[in-house]
Design a protein around this ligand. Structure first.
Ligand SMILES: *Cc1c(COP(=O)(O)O)cnc(C)c1O
Length: 398
C-alpha cells in the first residue's frame, strides 16, 4: 500500500478557484495594520486617516478599556479554561451579562464569542420545523447562515425595507406554527435604518416574533448608545435584540438581549455556547468598561453624531449626495472602476476608505464607504472633505 507523501497535489484545485475569483475581480488580499486600530493608521509604513473601521467611539484604544483588560489578567489570568456549562463561567462573565441587561433594559442577556455566533444561537433557539422565518433581503450573512442551520424551516425573504412585501410574507405564513421576523437595525452598505416601528406593528398584527440584529446600532443609536430599539422608543415591542461588542464597544463579542426563559434555553441548547470556550476575562473586563463608560457618559455618542453631521454637511456643500441615516456614509462613485479609482486616489492623498463594488452592491452604485468615528478630529474631517472635493472633481464624480 502506498503511503501519501507530505506534499501532495490534492489541494491544487483551489488554484482554479482563486483564478476564478481573480477573473471576476472578487479576489481579496489582507490589508495588515502596523499598530493600533485608530483614526490614524500605518499601512506599509505609510500613515493614513482611517475611515473604514467600525470603531465608532474610538474604544479600541480607550485607556479605561485597556486598563480593565490588564487588571483582569492580573486578577484572573488569561483564559476561561472550559466551556461555560462545565466550569468556564467566571463571575466577570455573569457581571457583564447583568450590566448589559440593565443597559438594554431587558430581563436577561447572554454573551457569545461574537455577534456572528449570537445570531446563530438566537435564531436556532426560537424556531424549528413548522415555523417560518421572514428575513430582510439585505440582512447580514450571519443571519442568513443561522437560518440555514435550522433543519426543515420555511423561509421567506422580503424586499429590503419593503413593508408591503413584509406584510405579504406575513400573511402567507399565517398557517405556520410560529413566525419570526428578523432584520438588521442598521444596514451596513447604505447606512440606512430599518423601519422598526412599522415592523413592530406588523409583527403585532400578524402575531410574529421580532428580532433585531443591532450590530451597527449598538453604541451608536439611542441617547447612550443603547441601540435602535431605544432610538425608536420601542421598548418591550422587540422580542430579541442581538448586539455586538466588536464594533462601537471596541473589544469583541456578541450578546442576545431577551427574556430570562430564552437565556435559559440558550444556555441549554445553543451550540456555540455549549461547545466553545467563552471570552478570556480580559475581553469581558474591557466589555464591562465599555458598558460603564456608555452608561455614565453620553458625550462619546454625542461626539460621534456631531462628527457625522459635520462631515455629511461638508460633503453635501461640495456637491456629494449623501442619503445615509447613520455614521456609515456611502459615497457613490458609479461604476466599479470609478469607485476603485476614487479609493486609490484617496489612498494617494493619505485617506483609507474601502471601495465596495458589484456584486456586493448594484453595478452602477459602486462606492467608497466611510465610517465616521467620535475619535476623528475636526482637522481629519476637514482634510477628508477637502480631499474629496479635489479628487471628486478630478474624477468628475462631483
Ligand atoms: C458585524 C456584524 C455582525 C457580526 O458581529 P461580530 O461581533 O463581528 O461577529 C453581525 N451582524 C451584523 C449586522 C454585523 O454588521
Amino acid at each position: 500500500m502506498s503511503v501519501s507523501t507530505s506534499h501532495s497535489n490534492r489541494l491544487d484545485f483551489l488554484q482554479d478557484e482563486i483564478q476564478r475569483l481573480k477573473d471576476e475581480h472578487l479576489y481579496q488580499e489582507l490589508v495588515v495594520l502596523e499598530g493600533p486600530q485608530d483614526t490614524e493608521i500605518t499601512l506599509g509604513g505609510k500613515k493614513l486617516i482611517n475611515f473604514s473601521a467600525n470603531n465608532y467611539l474610538g474604544l479600541c484604544t480607550h485607556p479605561k478599556l485597556k486598563q480593565a483588560a490588564k487588571k483582569a489578567i492580573d486578577d484572573y489570568g488569561v483564559g476561561a479554561g472550559a466551556v461555560r456549562t462545565i466550569i468556564g463561567t467566571l463571575d466577570t462573565h455573569q457581571e457583564l451579562e447583568k450590566k448589559l441587561a440593565e443597559f438594554k433594559d431587558v430581563e436577561a442577556t447572554l454573551v457569545f464569542q461574537s455577534g456572528f455566533l449570537a445570531n446563530t444561537a438566537a435564531i436556532t433557539a426560537v424556531v424549528s420545523e413548522g415555523d417560518m422565518v421572514i428575513s430582510d433581503a439585505l440582512n447580514h450573512a450571519s443571519i442568513i447562515d443561522a437560518i440555514r442551520m435550522v433543519r426543515n424551516i420555511d423561509k421567506a425573504v422580503y424586499a429590503h425595507s419593503d413593508m408591503k412585501d413584509l406584510e405579504k410574507k406575513l400573511k402567507s405564513a399565517q398557517n405556520h406554527r410560529r413566525r419570526l421576523v428578523v432584520t438588521d437595525g442598521v444596514f451596513s452598505m447604505d447606512g440606512d435604518v430599518a423601519k422598526l416601528p412599522e415592523i413592530a406593528k406588523l409583527c403585532q398584527k400578524y402575531n410574529a416574533m421580532m428580532m433585531v440584529d443591532d450590530a451597527h446600532g449598538s453604541g451608536v443609536f439611542g441617547s447612550h448608545g443603547q441601540g435602535t430599539v431605544a432610538h425608536f422608543d420601542l421598548h418591550g415591542q422587540v422580542d430579541i435584540v442581538v448586539g455586538t461588542m466588536s464594533k462601537a464597544f471596541g473589544a469583541m463579542g456578541g450578546y442576545v438581549a431577551c427574556t430570562q426563559a430564552m437565556r435559559d434555553i440558550m444556555i441549554n441548547k445553543a451550540r456555540p455556547f455549549l461547545f466553545s470556550t467563552p471570552h478570556p476575562p480580559s475581553v469581558t473586563a474591557s466589555c464591562i468598561a465599555a458598558v460603564d463608560l456608555l452608561q455614565s457618559d453620553a458625550s462619546l455618542t454625542e461626539k460621534l453624531w456631531y462628527n457625522t453631521r459635520y462631515f455629511k454637511a461638508g460633503m453635501r456643500s461640495i456637491g456629494y449626495e449623501i442619503n445615509s441615516e447613520s455614521p456609515i456614509i456611502p459615497v457613490i462613485a458609479g461604476s466599479s472602476e470609478k469607485a476603485v479609482q476614487l479609493m486609490n486616489r484617496l489612498n494617494d492623498e493619505g485617506i483609507y476608505a474601502r471601495a465596495i463594488v458589484f456584486p456586493t452592491v448594484a453595478r452602477d452604485k459602486a462606492r467608497v464607504r466611510l465610517i465616521i468615528s467620535a475619535a476623528h478630529t475636526q482637522s481629519q474631517l476637514d482634510y477628508a472633505i477637502e480631499t474629496f472635493e479635489k479628487v471628486g472633481k478630478e474624477l468628475t464624480i462631483i
